[in-house]
Design a protein around this ligand. Structure first.
Ligand code: URA
Length: 238
């Protein structure tokens, strides 16, 4: 028997929208299966069914996932006229519709997920989902327990914006300190701005993990590999 999956899941996997948006669109009659309007999101479909959203055919596309060890000097974009992008580093692209999940600054290294799975990207990036991101950094100046407390309470990185509580682990406290920081947000230059808020400068930054996905230390900067099935499942089920 052909593999069956829920209509709302099929559309979410194809990146049409979030699961809750899709449910409401289905209930409003915007989706047809084999030329018939279907209003139940839980309806089972197979990959052979003809599925239309707002009169547009939604074909099944394979979802692919790569873990890239982003090197410094490369930008987190799909294309750019001047700089090398993270997608230029994926040389055996299985799909053309790939994008990076979130952004790392040009000078930041470390874990970057590259995929064509819009639904998963939304789940990982939505501020409401509180996905832990762990960074390692070298910081100019002596990082103290006071900084730890400040980060735990949240620091002001804009006139009106206080960060969510963040866990700061001090690995080395010296004129150049080394730390690990866990945050659940992804504001522009967030880690650098958090340290600026306590009067210190990040001079090296590397992302170690995102939710359950950890950077494979076998990967040198610039190298990548596909995620294992287990890694994909862990990300989806978090
Ligand atoms: N915080 C930053 O400041 N830069 C990054 O690239 C990621 C998080």
């Amino acid at each position: 028997m052909a593999v069956q999956l829920r209509l709302d899941k099929f559309l979410a996997d194809m990146g049409i929208g979030t699961r809750s948006e899709i449910k409401s669109w289905i209930r409003k009659g915007r989706v047809k299966v084999n030329n018939i309007v279907v209003k139940k999101p839980e309806t089972k479909v197979t990959l052979d069914d003809d599925i239309y959203f707002d009169e547009r055919k939604v074909s099944y596309q394979k979802l692919v996932y790569y873990m890239l060890h982003k090197p410094a000097g490369v930008i987190s974009a799909t294309r750019d006229n001047f700089s090398q992008t993270v997608l230029d580093l994926i040389t055996d692209k299985k799909r053309k519709d790939l994008f990076p999940v979130g952004r790392l600054d040009k000078d930041t290294e470390g874990l970057l997920l590259i995929t064509n799975d819009g639904e998963l990207a939304h789940q990982l990036l939505s501020p409401k989902k509180h996905v832990d991101k762990v960074y390692y950094a070298k910081v100019k100046g002596v990082v103290t327990e006071e900084d730890q407390r400040a980060f735990q309470e949240g620091v002001l990185i804009e006139d009106n914006y206080r960060t969510l509580p963040a866990q700061l682990t001090i690995l080395k406290s010296d004129s150049i300190s080394e730390i690990k920081l866990t945050i659940q947000e992804g504001k522009f230059h967030q880690v650098k701005r958090m340290f600026l808020a306590v009067g210190k400068e990040v001079i090296y930054l590397k992302r170690l993990s995102m939710g359950p996905l950890k950077l494979d230390e076998q990967l040198q900067p610039g190298e990548y590999r596909e995620l294992t099935e287990n890694e994909v499942l862990q990300l989806k089920n978090r």
